[in-house]
Structures are given as C-alpha cells and as structure tokens.
Design a protein around this ligand. Structure first.
Ligand code: NAI
Length: 687
C-alpha cells in the first residue's frame, strides 16, 4: 500500500509510503483520496494528518510513471488536491525533509501545515520546462507572498522550511517529533468550528503587484531567452493576482498543457531522464558490487592531471599526484593553488576549506607511493610509448584490485589495457578540459573491462558530480569522433565561400556556446593539426580541407599564441576577425579553383549539426554508444550544445528523420544506415 491509514487519538493519520521520496504515483493518489473519504465518513475521527514515511513528505510526481497512462489516470493530482481542500474535517500536512513539486501542491491544499526545520520546499517544475500544474502558481503566492512565490516558481530553487517560518505556509515549526506535533495540532483544529482555512481564499497582498510582476518579467527575459516556461509561470501568477483564484487555476492548467508540448520542455525532460539513463548499463545490473575507492592516484600533473586531482580532493578523497620531475610537479601544484586562490577571491570557497582540500594532495616522484591507491588515473602525454611505460610501472606497484584508468582522448584503450597483466581492471576515464569544471566524463569500456570496474567508476562519477556516459573503444570515443566531422564540414565551408566569423555566428545563433573556430582557437589549433596529420596516413582516401593546416603553418595556434582563426589582444579572449586569415582563406579557394559562393546561415547550421547526427548514428550502429540519449548527454554536458534543443539526436528526431535524410542527400553525403532505416519507418532515435 502506498498510503497507510491508522487512527491515533481520534486523528486519522495518512502515511505516504512510496519510496524513495513518496512520489505521487497513481496508487499514492488513490490512497490519499480513499483515506480522506474514509476519515470523513468515520464518526470517531475528528481530523486528518498527512505525513510522509522515510526520507520525504513527498518529492512530487512519480518519475517512473512519466509518459505512462498512469500519470494522467484519475484521481489526478488536481482531483487529490480538491478532495483534500474540500474535506469537512481539518487536514494537517506534516512536512519533513522534502516537499517539492506536486508534494508541495498537496501540502498547500491542506488546511494547516506543521513542519520540521531543514525541509526543502520547492516547485521545481520549471526545470523540466513546465509549471506547477496542480494549483502551485495560485496557492503559493497566497501563503508566502508574491515576491517569494515568484522567485521560487520561476527558478525552481528549494528554500529551507525555517526560512519560510514567518509566512502563512507553516502554522507551526517543530523541533520535536513531527507526528506528535501534527496530531496535537489537528486535535486543536478539530475543536475549532469549520470551515477550515483554505489557501485559495487568502488574498495576495502586495503594495505594487503590477510593478513587481513587470520587474520579474524583465528579469526573466534577460536570463530565460530560450525557455518559455519561466514566462508562463509569471503569466499564470499574474492571472491569479488580477482575476482571482479560479481563473488563475484554469489558466495555469492551460499553460501546463501547452508547455508539455513545447520542444523546450521535451528537451529538458530528455536531459533529465537522459542523465539518469546514462548511469545505467544494460548488462551491468544495478546491484553489481562495487570496489571501495578511498584513495586516488593521478599520474601526470599537467593540464588534465591537475584538474582531475581537484575533482577528488573537492569530494574529500586524498590524491597521490605523481610526476617524473620535481619541476613539473611544482608547476602542476602551483596551478592547483592558483585555482583555489581564485575561488577564495571570488568568495566561492573559504581559505580554510581551500587549505583542507590542498592538504589532501600528496605530491610524489616515486611510483611506490601509488601502492595504496584504489584507483589510479593516468594523464600523461598522448603517446602510446609513454602510456606503455606508465602502465607497466603501474602494473608493478598497484595493489591487487586497484582500478587503472587512462584519460587518453584518442589512443586505443585495449592496447593500453594489454600493457598490464590485469586488463580487466583497466578502464578509460576521459575527462574534458578544464577537468575540474566540465561536467562530462566519458567512461571508456575496453574489451576486457570488468563489470564491477564499470559499476565502481559510474558510482564514483556521481560522487565527483560528473555526468558519466559509457563509450566503447574507437578513435575519439563518442564526443571527439563526432566533433571531427563537424569541424571537417566547417573547414569545407571556408573553402566554398564562408568566413570563420560567419560560421561561428550562425551556429552560436542556433545556440551553441561557441562556434567551431572560436572553440579551436581556445583548444589550440595544433591539436587538430596533429590529429589530421595522423588521418592523412591512416585514411588517405578521406577528403579533408587543408585550409586549417595553412593556418598552423604560419604559427596561428589560437589564443595561446595570440592569433588563430581570429586575432587576440594580449591578455584578452575576445576574438577579432582577422583580415590576414580571411585573405588567406579567399586565396586558398582561388588556388583550388573554387568559385566562392554566399553560404546561407541555414546551410551552415544544417551541415554542422547534421554532420554530428550522421556520425552519431554510426556510433549507435557500431554499439559505441548504447543509446541515443547517451550521445545527447555527451553533447549537452561536454560540447555546449543548446540545452533547449536537447542534443543532436533529439534535434534530429524533432525535425524528423526523413528531413534529415533528405538534407544529407542534398549535400551529397551518404546517410548512415540507421538514418535511412528510421526515415523509412518514421522512427526516432529516442523513442
Ligand atoms: P600536458 O602535457 O599538459 O600534461 C602531461 C603531463 O604528464 C606533464 O606534466 C608531464 O610532465 C607528465 N608526464 C609525462 N610523462 C610522464 C610519466 N611517464 N610519468 C608521469 N608524468 C608524466 O597534457 P594534458 O593536456 O594534460 O593531457 C594529458 C592526457 O590527457 C593526454 O592523454 C591527453 O590526450 C588527455 N586529454 C587532454 C585533454 C585536453 O584538453 N588537454 C582533454 C582530454 C584528455
């Protein structure tokens, strides 16, 4: 039973019991309605207490029912809320730990609320591109006031119960036993003559409601340009302010139904579920035992090693950081210190906390010091011979059962695993730069990687707050393999008639955080050059534009050399279009005998995004990624793909696979087999 019914001292206690957070699934909703009805029919009962078992009052909608018929089956939450509010006997909501979304809306429909301090109170629907759909936009402003309610509903951010103690949201805050306090409160309430107070009957008090709403609208316009939901939240609240509760409620419903259908909400829900889905691996059951990870080793204190180490010390795990030379070690440590100093300066961290974290690093030049580590991550030069040396040494010193990870971005993980006598313990942990900031972690599964190694790394990723996505072994894994095709297209378009600034502007208008040329200038154009030189050997038949090689030949490696596709003023990151580069590009087209043409922004966006989609489809066919949403998570968290479009594969679904296929053929490409199949069957990558 999702709701239990007991009677204590003539008070009916309805206990929501649907772990982990008492989600308001169908059986919970039904249990509440039945419980309230039964209590009203039972003459020995004088009042009702609604309370949550376990870790929450209620976390809101049951996410396992999302997109299933049960989600909309009666009694819906709207019905539940009506039944509770309409109860002749007083209903007291007893709130602890979490009252979010539908859970808070349920509490708002009770006549009285008693809470424990430390409970998180929120209406987070906006984070899924929605608004609260069971009266939240109408009742919350009536109990906490217009300004607090607008902030809570528009941002979705939780507020602690004690911060709301002074509002009409809570009739009592208790440090003692919550159920006892709620029952006592209910008994007192039962002695009062009804009808009992309803949030809907309260007035929204504000000296200048119209002015405040306008102010809120302006603030939202500045930060939520691409998302309709925050605007609709304000519209719904305003309706209630101006036209009263019932009209406000009807309008809230209308907005909710419209928002569910928007591509933005679909994208946000896709990202929400995609993140959860990414952590599940089909053939690695969730109960797979994990290895205990208490001490980390990091080999290499360069750009990546330093950032990787910071992730773990931030999570309180000690790190032994190894370099070959004292000088390199000192340099790496100095960078880590500087990073923390900057955070302290910005007020993001106290000096004390920063010192505590830095003290968790044990710098060393001796491999023997890695003997106690449970997980060792290698981040040395991208050279198979160097990796061979490192992994042979790790194999000698690491304790049995230690996980050996490589941060390689292009090398064959199976080869690296074969450098040891324990390939089952070897896995790829591909962090993105800056490693202490970027959310994405590609977990590379080698042919022999053990299941418990994968389960352990996925669990650890959560601890260091990364979005982990599993990738099979291939050159570039999921993210970089796709981006290579995107850059290839960008370079072809330079030859054909576009200039870097135009291409960047077009794709940035589409929503990418940074266009391909600004991105290359930031990463260093020499990196792509090195990869291309390798490709010219490996795949002599694959056509590449050599225009980027020309750029490198004149030493324009990007921001680090003060010049790349753009010019940079010393110490600044602003990209200024460069006449030298633009002339070089035009001359290059002439050399190839290409008559430059005007390329429209639509073509630029299509060729860039669809090149990602085509390679993504191949990655799915080959099983490098096990589901399309994994690819989308890689692009949302690691490559600045616009969140409101949900990632390249969801974007392809949105425009329709037959349109995707048609556009590809128009550009003379060979669509991946998966695309042709889906186009023919009216299918989707994310079904
Ligand atoms: P880096 O050149 O900044 O750092 C490498 C460090 O490894 C240097 O400090 C060097 O002294 C040290 N090192 C070299 N041989 C060593 C050995 N035998 N034992 C111990 N330390 C040794 O290079 P970066 O950029 O940090 O790259 C490291 C690895 O991370 C490479 O495999 C690279 O492909 C990968 N990677 C790099 C990314 C980036 O954006 N820079 C992103 C993702 C992965």
């Amino acid at each position: 039973m999702a709701v239990t019914y007991t009677i204590r001292d003539s008070v009916a206690v309805l206990t929501l019991d649907n772990p982990p957070v008492n989600g308001l699934g169908h059986s919970t909703r039904l249990g509440i309605v039945e419980g309230v009805t039964r209590a009203n029919e039972d003459a020995s009962v004088s009042a009702i207490v609604l309370i949550g078992a376990g870790k929450a009052f209620s976390g809101g909608a049951d996410i396992t029912e999302f997109n299933t018929p049960k989600a909309t089956q009666e009694p819906t939450l709207l019905t539940v809320v009506e039944v509770v509010e309409g109860s002749a006997k007083p209903v007291v909501a007893a709130i602890h730990s979490v009252a979010m979304g539908g859970g808070l809306e349920l509490a708002l429909s009770a006549h009285y609320r008693v809470a424990s301090p430390g409970a998180q109170i929120a209406l987070p629907e906006v984070k899924l591109g929605l608004l609260p759909g069971a009266g939240g936009t109408q009742r919350l402003p009536r109990v906490v006031g217009l300004e607090t309610a607008v902030n809570m509903i528009v941002t979705g951010t939780p507020v602690m119960s004690e911060k709301l103690a002074h509002t009409a949201l809570f009739d009592e805050l208790t440090e003692g036993n919550l159920l006892d306090a709620a029952i006592r409160f209910a008994q007192r309430a039962a002695e009062q003559k009804g009808p009992h107070p309803k949030a809907r009957d309260r007035r929204i008090e504000h000296a200048n409601a119209e002015g405040f709403i306008q102010f809120a609208r302006n603030s939202v316009a500045a930060v939520a340009r691409h998302f309709p939901a925050p605007h609709k939240c304000i519209d719904a609240i305003e309706k209630g302010v101006k036209e009263g509760f019932d009209r406000g409620l009807a309008f809230e419903r209308e907005c909710f139904l419209a928002l569910v259908q928007t591509p933005e909400s679909r994208a946000l829900r896709h990202a929400f579920f995609g993140e959860r889905a990414a952590s599940k691996i089909a053939d690695v059951p969730s109960k797979t035992p994990t290895r205990s990870i208490e001490r980390i080793g990091v080999v290499g204190a360069g750009t990546m090693g330093g950032g990787i180490a910071m992730n773990f010390i931030n999570a309180g795990l000690p790190v032994t950081l190894l370099e070959t030379k004292q000088e390199a070690l000192d340099k790496g440590l100095a960078t880590i210190h500087r990073n923390y100093e900057a955070q302290v300066k910005k007020g993001k961290l106290t000096q004390e906390k920063a010192d505590e974290r830095i003290a968790l690093i044990q710098p060393t030049l001796a491999y023997a010091d890695l003997a106690r580590a449970d997980l060792i991550i290698e981040a040395v030069f991208e050279d198979l011979n160097v990796k061979l040396q490192v992994f042979s040494q790790l194999d000698e010193v690491a304790k049995p059962g230690a996980i050996l990870a490589s941060n390689t971005s292009t090398l064959d993980l199976n080869k690296i695993a074969a450098f040891t006598k324990r390939p089952g313990d070897v896995v790829g942990m591909h962090f993105f730069s800056p490693a202490n900031v970027m959310k994405l972690l590609e977990v590379v599964r080698g042919e022999k990687t053990e299941k418990d190694v994968l389960a352990t790394v996925m669990q650890l990723a959560k601890k260091i707050k990364k979005t982990a996505v599993v990738s099979g072994v291939c050159d570039g894994f999921i993210g970089n393999r796709m981006i290579e095709q995107y850059i290839r297209q960008a370079l072809f378009m330079l030859e054909e008639g576009a200039l870097p600034a135009q291409i960047d502007r077009a794709i940035e208008t589409f929503g990418f955080a940074m266009g391909p040329f600004r991105m290359s200038d930031l990463a260093g154009n020499d990196i792509g050059w090195a990869i291309r030189k390798r490709r010219y050997q490996e795949k002599p038949d694959l056509k590449y534009s050599r225009v980027a090689d020309r750029l490198c030949e004149i030493g324009r490696f990007g921001q680090k050399t003060g010049a790349g596709w753009y010019d940079y003023q010393a110490g600044k990151r602003d990209a200024q279009p460069s006449s030298v580069v633009d002339e070089m590009i035009v001359a290059y087209s002439k050399e190839l005998g290409i008559e430059r043409r005007k390329i429209g922004d639509q073509e630029i966006v299509e060729r860039l995004v669809l090149s990602l989609v085509n390679e993504g489809a191949k990655i799915l066919e080959e099983g490098i990624a096990s589901k399309a949403s994994d690819i989308d998570m890689v692009y949302l968290t690691g490559y600045g793909f616009p969140l409101w479009r949900g990632g390249p594969m969801l974007y392809a679904d949105t425009i329709g696979l037959c349109n995707v296929e048609r556009a590809m053929r128009q550009y003379g490409w060979q669509p991946a087999a998966r695309i042709t199949e889906l186009a023919a069957s009216d299918g989707r990558f994310n079904s």
